[in-house]
Write a protein that binds this ligand. Structure first.
Ligand code: FE
Length: 214
């Protein structure tokens, strides 16, 4: 059997290798794809894997979820002109993880920010640009390497261990983009930070956007 071509995780390097059983189980119906993903991710966390293992195997699950763009309800896919939206799709009952759809209108971007927990970002629709930042000896934040552009089906990872500070923007000037994020906490409630390039830090709790009316 030919092995699938898998997206590369631009931040942590090696390609994801999903276990073979993923290739022989039947795909869930579109309406159950998210439920299936949540159940698989929850089972993965039950194993208490080390972070590198979690990001590799969880990244493969997320890559499978965003490989098909036929399951995200419209209420969680709608951009708003004021700012990017972050809709909670699932929050684990024990806050071990949360799943969020980020919806970018044309030209929208985050400030430089951290997460404080591991995160996986899978591109569902459009294109998204992520620029990693590193703190210089003088305390300023400066770009680390070239920006990464995520395309549909691709996944990247962040964490305090592998690099946690970045700035993200819609890579498309004329249309919305949507990415599905998974974080190692109820991310809407996490105390974290946004930064200015001069090193100024501002405390930040993101919350979640209210789902759009149908
Ligand atoms: Fe982020």
């Amino acid at each position: 059997m030919k092995s699938p071509v898998l997206p590369r995780n631009p931040l942590s390097g090696p390609p994801f290798h999903p276990p073979v059983f993923m290739n022989i189980l039947p795909l869930p119906d579109a309406g159950r794809r998210l439920d299936h993903f949540v159940a698989q991710f929850s089972a993965l966390l039950d194993e208490r894997p080390a972070e590198a293992d979690l990001l590799a195997r969880g990244g493969a699950l997320l890559a499978a979820l965003v490989a098909r763009d036929d399951w995200l309800p419209a209420a969680f896919a709608r951009p708003r002109p004021e700012r990017y939206q972050q809709y909670a799709l699932h929050v684990d009952a024990r806050a071990r993880f949360s799943v969020v759809s980020f919806v970018w209108g044309p030209g929208q971007a985050t400030p430089i920010h951290d997460h404080t927990v591991w995160g996986l970002i899978g591109l569902l629709r459009g294109a998204e640009r992520s620029q990693a930042y590193v703190r210089s000896a003088g305390g300023r934040w400066q770009p680390r390497g070239a920006p990464v552009t995520l395309l549909p089906g691709q996944v990247e990872a962040v964490s305090p261990r592998i690099g946690d500070v970045h700035r993200v923007s819609n890579a498309l000037a004329g249309q919305p983009s949507i990415s599905i994020h998974v974080y190692g906490a109820d991310i809407g409630r996490v105390q974290r930070s946004v930064y200015l390039e001069d090193g100024t830090r501002k405390p930040f709790v993101s919350g979640y956007s209210a789902p759009a009316a149908a």
